[in-house]
Design a protein around this ligand. Structure first.
Ligand code: KIV
Length: 277
């Protein structure tokens, strides 16, 4: 359920039709209040499984469950009215077979009211992308650095550094687009490769550490706001330092409590306001 009944949500085909046009603005959100702040400015809100690291404090996205994605996805749909909301399928819920992917995607869509799901993987996931899209589930792909495969990569490292890796990522992009994805996230690749894939592939490429020439950009909102300090990739630009503001506000509150300056009379029931004059 959305916050407004008058606003129409941006659809997956509308995102698809923006190939080569005005850059598509994408950000992550995990909660209804954050979705409300982002919704007027973003075309697409991703309920990313990065919430495992940003909200739950895990070291990777691997422990995230479908139940977590469904709860946060529903909150973001309730907090937004305009943006296309995409929910990540978490690790282990979809890789086994197209049928397993369909079951988890259908249940997340039904529980959240989201528009589409995102899954990680290239050539090997193309049959799954085709299976889902042919059965009514819009899919966003995610290639390049795919965080759910962090233990295969041996860390969160940029991809496409040698010719063989670059060839593999190009083939991944082509396979996922051909299978019917309406857009593809391309993460942490060398800029020339990001540019080349954007020019070659017929669906929007949404860059995160890829290229300014991508059809859109996405970042984790807590990264741009300075609310997540554990790990800041090179591709993040900070637009605010809200973490510092939170620390300062909390320290002032603690001082006020200890000095009995809080609560003041204005915060108490049954204390008359002092009359002046
Ligand atoms: O999980 C996530 O937030 C993502 C984006 C960073 C693309 O996949």
């Amino acid at each position: 359920m959305s916050t407004s009944t008058n606003t129409r949500r941006i659809t997956a085909p509308e995102i698809r039709s923006r190939k080569g046009g005005t850059p598509i603005v994408c950000l992550t959100a995990y909660t209804a209040p954050m979705a409300r702040f982002i919704d007027p400015h973003a075309d697409l809100i991703l309920v990313g499984d990065s919430l495992g690291m940003v909200v739950y404090g895990f070291e990777t996205t691997i422990p995230v469950t479908p139940a977590m994605m469904a709860a946060h996805g529903a909150a973001v749909v309730r907090g937004s009215a305009r943006a296309c909301v995409v929910v990540d399928l978490p690790f282990g819920s979809y890789q086994e077979s197209p049928e397993a992917a369909f079951r988890v995607a259908a249940s997340i869509m039904a529980e959240t009211g989201c528009t589409a799901v995102k899954l990680e993987g290239g050539v090997e996931m193309a049959p799954t992308v085709r299976f889902l899209t042919r059965r009514g589930i819009p899919v966003m792909g995610h290639i390049g650095l795919t965080p759910q495969a962090v233990h295969v990569f041996g860390g969160f490292r940029s991809q496409g550094g040698d010719q063989e890796e670059a060839r593999r990522i190009r083939a991944d992009a082509e396979a996922i687009a051909e299978a019917g994805a309406f857009a593809i996230v391309l993460e942490a690749v060398r800029e020339p490769l990001g540019r080349e894939i954007t020019a070659a592939v017929p669906v929007p490429i949404i860059g995160i550490g890829a290229s300014p020439q991508c059809d859109g950009q996405i970042l984790v909102t807590e990264d741009i706001l300075g609310l997540f300090g554990s790990f800041t990739p090179k591709f993040v630009r900070r637009y605010a330092e809200l973490g510092d503001a939170v620390s300062e506000a909390v320290a002032r509150y603690a001082d006020d409590v200890k000095a009995r300056r809080f609560p003041g009379p204005e915060n108490c029931y049954g204390i008359e306001k002092k009359k002046h004059g």
